[in-house]
Design a protein around this ligand. Structure first.
Ligand code: SF4
Length: 62
């Protein structure tokens, strides 16, 4: 699974809270993926974070 975060993150912190092993805040203050491709044990959390993101900028691809 691959993941990327498009422009438009509002730094709400949901993804970093839901899946802290896959999302962190980067130097610009917006969320960035930690691993790409996403390790198997983080796929569920990554999808959950993607669905929870209020501005739908987390793009997940199988
Ligand atoms: S859930 Fe979406 S808006 Fe919130 S920090 Fe993550 S990428 Fe940014």
């Amino acid at each position: 699974m691959e993941v990327q975060i498009d422009e438009g993150c509002i730094s709400c912190g949901l993804c970093t809270e839901i899946c802290p092993d896959e999302f962190e805040f980067g130097p610009e203050g917006t969320a960035v993926p930690i691993n790409d491709p996403v390790p198997a044990d983080l796929e569920a959390g990554t999808v959950e974070a993607s669905e929870a993101c209020p501005v739908s900028v987390i793009e997940v691809e199988e």
